[in-house]
Write a protein that binds this ligand. Structure first.
Ligand code: AHR
Length: 329
């Protein structure tokens, strides 16, 4: 009886392993035999609309019809999951590793293992800090500091002549490039404009639920908020919900000016409707950009080490429906 049970268990395990193909050291080689280029992609998570659009762009680009096998591992916003993913990709023998880093720090050891295995590593979206630039092939993504500066320039223009400005600062995931750049932009603005004051600052981890919770708390503490500087659209949606529930006015005709980042379809719709006053684009369509880099590597060319994506910004007073319709995310 016990023997039959054990045999059954072994068969089930074999079946499951065959189905998932996870952690199979020969997965890369198998795909290579089928003529596919194997790309291991460590994605941050699914915290925002931006992230979903980014995942979609990667999946559409690295499809089997296009000659790729994409192994996507979702890190669920945990840096330790990303390090494990890199090691799994190395063990699986993928052709290329692509990483959208959760945080900037802590990469050297895992990337050294990929380098020793001779696997090129392409960093996408957020940046990494490393003591050795040769540990990654190249990076493509947004200039997050420029995004922050763009928002601050807009504030300087719009609030010119104001004697005092109370700012609530909703930050993204602390230690991520998107948070660091956008926060640095604001802090520099506050240092330059002595009448600006950050009255409250907290991280909402780039997601709607935390954005709402933080704003609910802030609204109970402060009645004198002039500006909400919110480091992405999803946190802004949560904060706007909290403001509506509390009966506080915001946006184009309200008391609280809302600044957001990403300019996703939903974010721009909120801008057109006047809920968000100013929205700075962060472009998530990195699939084709990463593919162009892989093609360069295949041709034996050296890609640019750092490639910044050009981005726009949108004001509630001038945005049109066409601006929204022209975008796929
Ligand atoms: O790294 C890009 C940022 O990450 C986007 O602004 C945010 O929405 C996402 O979660």
């Amino acid at each position: 009886m016990r023997r039959t049970f054990l045999i059954g268990l072994c068969i089930l395990l074999l079946f499951l392993t065959a189905c998932t193909g996870r952690n199979d050291p020969s997965a890369g080689k198998q795909a290579a035999n089928e003529g596919l280029i194997v790309v291991g992609f460590s994605q941050v998570g699914s915290e925002s609309d931006w992230r979903l659009a980014n995942t979609k762009s990667m999946r559409e680009t690295f499809s089997e019809e296009n000659g790729y096998r994409l192994i996507l591992k979702d890190a669920q916003q945990k840096p330790e999951n990303q390090l494990a993913a890199i090691r799994e990709f190395v063990a699986e023998g993928v052709d290329y590793i692509v990483v959208a880093p959760v945080l900037e720090a802590g990469w050297d050891d895992a990337l050294a293992e990929a380098k020793d295995a001779g696997i090129p590593v392409i960093i996408v979206d957020r940046m990494i800090q490393t003591s050795d630039d040769s540990l990654y092939t190249c990076w493509v993504g947004s200039d997050f500091r420029l995004e922050g500066d763009t928002a601050v320039k807009w504030m300087e223009r719009v609030f010119q002549g104001r004697t005092h400005l109370n700012i609530v600062h909703l930050q993204g995931s602390l230690g991520s490039s998107a948070q660091i750049g956008r926060t640095e932009g604001l802090l520099d603005g506050v240092a330059r404009n002595k009448n600006w004051e950050i009255i409250y600052s907290a991280s909402g981890d780039f997601n709607r639920v935390k954005g709402k919770e933080i704003m609910e708390y802030v609204l109970k503490q402060y009645s004198n908020i002039d500006v909400l500087y919110c480091e992405n659209d999803n946190m802004a949606f949560g904060a706007m919900e909290a403001m509506s529930v509390e009966g506080r006015t915001f946006g184009l005709n309200g008391d609280i000016t809302v600044i957001s980042f990403d300019a996703t379809n939903a974010g721009l719709t909120a801008t057109l409707e006047g809920g968000i006053n100013f929205n700075v684009e962060c472009n998530p369509l990195h699939g084709p950009r990463v593919e162009a880099i892989i093609k360069q590597l295949i041709r034996g060319e050296i890609p640019e080490k750092l490639a910044f994506v050009e981005e726009e910004s949108f004001e509630a007073t001038t945005i049109t429906q066409r601006d929204i319709d022209e975008r796929s995310y």
